[in-house]
Structure formats: structure tokens, C-alpha cells
Design a protein around this ligand. Structure first.
Ligand code: ADP
Ligand code: MG
Length: 241
């Protein structure tokens, strides 16, 4: 589904991604871990071209999106949902509007269709009564579930998550992870940057360790956690486990 070839990204003379090659298959749940500043967010943002790679290619569903024009790129991005640490909901719009805005504006659905879809999704995530409320009236965990639902309204083929639970109070982490697990079980292709090692173990089809702009090690969760090979990974795991 996603093919990354020799991906480089620099900001000024600072090299942040130093040649990443990676293949993500349909249905895979790829979990990315690594120290702060290792390039995890930049990597995710390069996958949907929120950041323009300095060099290399990202092929999505057979299309080289690094060469895509603006209009094509918008189409492609619709197929790649992204969820951030800080939710990024529109504060001045109701929950319902937050969910329906993009699909209607992009002409994917009529307002009536989008409203119906929003109702379905809110039902599914257990928040049907929130439709007419504003983001400020929701807890962090509810906001993040709405942010996920908002991405799902576009019927994406892959969901990218950048530390979706890092800004949440501990008691709210679970409800977000449970919803992500549900998506995983339903077969969604997912790329998840997280510090939740339990999630990585339980949900990951593969776990990648990034350090200094490279994927240093990757494996099945069982092998990855039981037999880490790289010294930096061993050290990282000894701090977080
Ligand atoms: P991570 O998500 O693993 O913590 P990031 O991808 O956010 O790492 O950042 C990797 C490095 O790139 C950091 O040193 C960060 O300061 C730098 N960086 C990220 N975005 C920018 C930007 N827009 N401009 C300049 N430097 C950036
Ligand atoms: Mg980050």
C-alpha cells in the first residue's frame, strides 16, 4: 500500500531523515517507537506529503505521490487519515460539523450524506449525544476519539497516528487505545507512532525502532521486545519497559 524509497528530509542543514526504505502492506499495523527527536513525526508527515521530502519517493497505492500535483495530492491525502497528539479539532465548530466539514467541502458527500455518516460514526464510538456540542465541552479522550472519527468520515485506506495518547490524562488513554484496537481488528491499515508498548505488543504486526533519522531495527512484536539486537534499542527499551 505504501512504498517508501530512500526517503530523506532536511530542515536547513539539519538532516532529520537519512534514507528510509519501508513497505507497508494493506492491513498491516506498523508501530513506530523511538526517542524524542529521532524523526518519527517527520516520517509520518512525509508519508502523506504534509512535509515535502528532500529526496526519495513515497509510492501510495501504486502512485508516486512525491511527484503528484496539488490537485492529485489532495485526492491522495483523503485516502490517508492522520491523527495528532493535540486533536486539532476546529474549536468554533460543533462536533457534527467537525466531522462533516471536509467530506462536504471536498465534494465527496452531500451535507445529508455526511450528516448520516457522522451519526453512524458517533454511534459507533459511543458519543452520539455529543453531536451538537463544541470541542471545549469534551474530555481529552472524547476529543481524540472524535478526531479519529473525523478522519474515518473520509473513508481512508490508511490511518496515520502520531502519539495519539501522549497528551491525555492516564485514565483517558484506554478509551482511545480501545477504539484504535477496534479499528485494527476491522482490518484498517495503520501506522502508529506511540510510547504505549502494550499497544505495540498487542496490536502491532511489526514494530519499528527509529533513531537519528533511520529505522534501526524492526521485527514482529514478540521478537522485537524479547530479543532486541541493536544496542540503542536495548537501551531505549530498558528505559521505557
Ligand atoms: P520525533 O517525532 O521523533 O520526536 P520529529 O520528527 O518531530 O521527531 O523531529 C526530528 C527532528 O527534526 C528534531 O530535531 C526536530 O527539531 C526537527 N524538526 C522537525 N520539524 C522541523 C521543522 N519544521 N523545522 C525545523 N526542524 C524541524
Ligand atoms: Mg513526534
Amino acid at each position: 500500500m505504501i512504498d517508501v524509497k530512500n526517503l530523506h528530509k532536511s530542515f536547513g542543514d539539519k538532516q532529520v531523515l537519512c534514507g528510509i526504505d519501508e513497505h507497508i502492506q494493506k492491513g498491516e499495523k506498523v508501530v513506530i517507537i523511538g526517542p524524542s527527536g529521532s524523526g518519527k513525526s517527520t516520517f509520518l508527515r512525509c508519508l502523506n506529503l504534509m512535509e515535502t521530502p528532500t529526496d526519495g519517493e513515497v509510492i501510495f497505492e501504486g502512485k508516486n505521490i512525491t511527484a503528484a500535483s496539488g490537485a492529485e495530492l489532495n485526492k491522495i491525502r483523503q485516502k490517508m487519515g492522520m491523527v495528532f497528539q493535540h486533536f486539532n479539532l476546529f474549536p468554533h465548530l460543533t462536533i457534527q460539523k467537525n466531522i462533516t466539514l471536509a467530506p462536504v467541502k471536498l465534494g465527496l458527500m452531500t451535507q445529508a450524506e455526511a450528516d448520516e455518516k457522522a451519526r453512524e460514526l458517533l454511534e459507533r464510538v459511543g458519543l452520539p449525544e455529543k453531536a451538537e456540542q463544541y470541542p471545549a465541552q469534551l474530555s481529552g479522550g472524547q476529543k481524540q476519539r472524535i478526531a479519529i472519527v473525523r478522519s474515518l468520515a473520509m473513508n481512508p485506506d490508511v490511518m496515520l497516528f502520531d502519539e495519539p495518547t501522549s497528551a491525555l490524562d492516564p485514565e483517558m488513554v484506554r478509551e482511545v487505545l480501545d477504539f484504535m484496537k477496534q479499528l485494527a481488528r476491522e482490518g484498517m491499515t495503520m501506522v502508529v507512532v506511540t510510547h504505549e508498548m502494550g499497544f505495540a505488543r498487542e496490536v502491532g504486526s511489526r514494530v519499528l525502532f527509529m533513531d537519528e533519522g533511520r529505522i534501526v531495527e524492526q521485527n514482529t512484536p514478540e521478537e522485537f521486545f524479547a530479543h532486541p539486537k541493536d544496542a540503542r534499542l536495548q537501551e531505549f527499551l530498558s528505559k521505557v519497559l
